[in-house]
Design a binder for this molecule. Structure first.
Ligand SMILES: [Zn+2]
Ligand SMILES: [Zn+2]
Length: 120
């Protein structure tokens, strides 16, 4: 079979066949059989990539899953930070309470406690 053309990749070689997908002529080395058709390397990659719906859907589903995981992580960090902050505020207010009402006898703090502080 002589197409009177040269291989798209090899100018010095005569084309042995034509890629049915892109219509370019190639030598026998530049094409490979795929489902009974001789395709060039570029078309073979393109077609085989398109004919893998599993990886395609996985790639499509990956970003939403990543976003969901990110939101969950952010929420957890936010929750942990909030809990830590609340704990810190409680601790600080407790410490302040100890300092202002430094009376171990009168707890909870009442008028007697304050008068005792004033006397001292
Ligand atoms: Zn092709
Ligand atoms: Zn070639």
């Amino acid at each position: 079979m002589n197409l009177n053309q040269h291989c798209w990749n090899h100018e010095e070689r005569e084309a042995a066949c034509r890629c049915p997908a892109c219509g370019r002529s190639y030598c026998r080395e530049c094409v490979s059989e795929h489902e009974g058709r001789l395709l060039c390397a570029a078309c073979l990659i393109r077609i085989t990539a398109n004919r893998q719906p599993e990886t395609h859907t996985l790639r499509k589903l990956a970003p939403p899953a990543m976003i969901a995981a990110g939101i969950l992580l952010a929420w957890l960090v936010y929750w942990a930070a909030g809990a830590a902050l609340i704990g810190l505020i409680h601790r600080m207010s407790a410490m302040r309470g100890v300092r202002t009402h430094a009376c171990s006898v009168h707890t909870p703090v009442n008028a007697e406690c304050f008068s005792a502080d004033q006397d001292a």
